[in-house]
Ligand binder design. Structure first.
Ligand SMILES: Cc1cn([C@H]2C[C@H](O)[C@@H](COP(=O)(O)OP(=O)(O)OP(=O)(O)O)O2)c(=O)[nH]c1=O
Length: 207
């Protein structure tokens, strides 16, 4: 990989790695960033996503200063927030949180914001925020119970995974699908290309 800039994906999300790989991008290393992801009281969803993606990038860059092999690497982070209006839904860790999310999302529109941040060793930060709109069908109590039993909701923003069983809840998506899964690929590839990261032919003039 001589000449190609090193890239650290500062994420513990296997979905984000899989999406990067789908675009032919193999990070040099994975270094999940350890930040407090609690939204600030009254914070708007897009501000929360932007703030957390940046915080993850700053934490990852700081950690890399101690790593001789990766000190000069680009750092890529992302943060996904699911919201109904101004209300930010939690990243479900408890079954009751997931149940509350699903009942709130049932039969209505919601938005998914993913902020992507690309940081350089010179401490420059380039960021994009992408919004997707999603509409769920009405969920019966049976739907909700079955989904809670699946455990798929664990660790997911809004308590669901569109790439999994919850794909059957979706009646409409406006905007990027990969953005909902956790990484808006078009914008991520554009950010990387802007920093001179080599991109496989055809990926940049995708619509
Ligand atoms: C809405 C939605 C979210 N998600 C996932 C994407 C993210 O992994 C997670 C949102 O939480 P994030 O805090 O954005 O990401 P993370 O904690 O999983 O990983 P890291 O912070 O280390 O990068 O929810 C799905 O997998 N499918 C979906 O449909």
């Amino acid at each position: 990989m001589s000449g190609r800039p090193k890239l650290v994906l500062a994420s513990g999300s296997p979905r984000r790695l899989a999406l990067l790989n789908q675009a032919g991008i193999e990070p040099t290393a994975l270094r999940p960033a350890d930040v407090d992801e609690t939204p600030i009281k009254g914070e708007l969803p897009r501000a929360c996503a932007n703030r957390l993606a940046r915080a993850k990038a700053e934490a990852a860059l700081k950690a890399l200063q101690l790593d001789d092999d990766l000190r000069g690497a680009l750092v890529l982070t992302a943060d996904t927030v699911v919201a109904v209006g101004r209300r930010i839904l939690p990243k479900a860790e408890l079954v009751d949180e997931a149940a509350q999310c699903l009942r709130l999302l049932s039969g209505r529109n919601h938005r998914v914001y993913t902020a992507v941040c690309l940081a350089t060793p010179k401490q420059t930060f380039r960021q994009r925020l992408v919004e997707s709109r999603v509409r769920f069908r009405r969920l019966t109590e049976e739907d909700i119970k079955a989904y809670l039993d699946s455990g798929e909701w664990r660790g997911k923003a809004g308590g669901y995974a569109v790439q999994g069983i919850a794909g059957s809840f979706v009646v409409k998506i406006v905007g990027s699908y990969t953005n909902i899964v956790g990484l808006p690929l078009y914008d991520t590839v554009a950010l990387l290309s802007g920093e001179g990261f080599p991109i496989r032919d055809g990926w940049l003039n995708a619509g």
